[in-house]
Write a protein that binds this ligand. Sequence first.
Ligand code: GLA
Length: 388
Amino acid sequence: MKKQFIDKFLEIYGEGEEAKVYFAPGRVNLIGEHTDYNGGHVFPCAITVGTYAVARRREDSLIRMYSLNYAEKGIVKASLGNLEYRREDDWANYVKGMIQTCIRKGCQISFGLDILYYGDIPKGLGIGSSASLEVVTGLILKDLMNLTDISMVDIALFSQLAENEYMGMNCGVMDPFTIAMGKRDHAIFLDTSDLSYIYAPLRLPHEKIIITNSKKARVAVDERYQERRSQCEEALRELQTVISIHDLGELTPDVFEEVQEMVKSPIRIRRVRHAVTENQRTIQAVEALEKGNVEEFGQLMNASHRSLKDDYEVSCKELDILVEEAWKIEGVLGSRLMGAGFGGCTISIVKDSAVNEFIDKVGNIYKERTGLQAEFYVVEIGNGATVL
Ligand code: GLA
């Protein structure tokens, strides 16, 4: 595979200095949804599909980018002196945004680059494809420009900044952090308030993690995501008039009970209730997994879905059908919507013996009820971004 990518690179860009191959994964999130911008906990892992890149330095300051996934767009060109967002550059804006952010954060980038990309993350799922593209680009810069004082956590933060400021998507840190820092067979228990984390062995000896693509397009996800964020920020300001907290993640359910009347709208109360209870569930879920109690872990996932649906209101009919049909199957330990919501995918933990039944039954009933053909992926947990 590595040789094929290099051959393709040489075919597109011609001979030159030796090219190197890089990889950054996608991510799934077991539990802890919409907590990463509220200073709460998340429990994601890197997966074995992701973004491959072949890159080499140039003598001049030109940046040339080519994606095998968007071959019809040909080579997209920019330069170190001009990395402005251009709508027609489409996918390549993520790359330019990452390079520009790194420069802005003080990275010494003195050479141009030729880069070939290929991603095998299925489209439309919301499993971190843009962060994967940014983080692999950050790794290329770190490696080829000898940025020895830049850590992988720095790269994750630059990726988040590129999304927030260059792409205008106000996401949290979960996706790039997981992609930069993931570890095979482990999930990351990350406290997004201070980025402290531990690697928890993912002990699922008789179960599979299955991602189900609803094929429901994620409609206006950026706007609705931003709306949830703003509601949380406003509720935080209301609560700060009576308690000294920096983030909703600092609230325990008991304290929230006591002070919730400070939040002056029922919608915002529901939003905070999700942020608080989801954070709590995430902490409990990690404890349950440590004890080997996969059943409890699954039940917390189910409770997460209910909270995302009723309190945070980021589900939709299609995701609810997928989850409710999954719950009916014995051998499904837990199932919930995953990621931002409003379409995209669900994540389920399914006993090995029930995997076929799960795929058949959920797939068929979903088709009957929505007319859509769901797609199922059994996930393998892989490493974070790496030089191959
Ligand atoms: C998207 C964002 C993440 C996170 C999730 C919801 O995937 O990119 O930062 O907020 O939504 O948990």
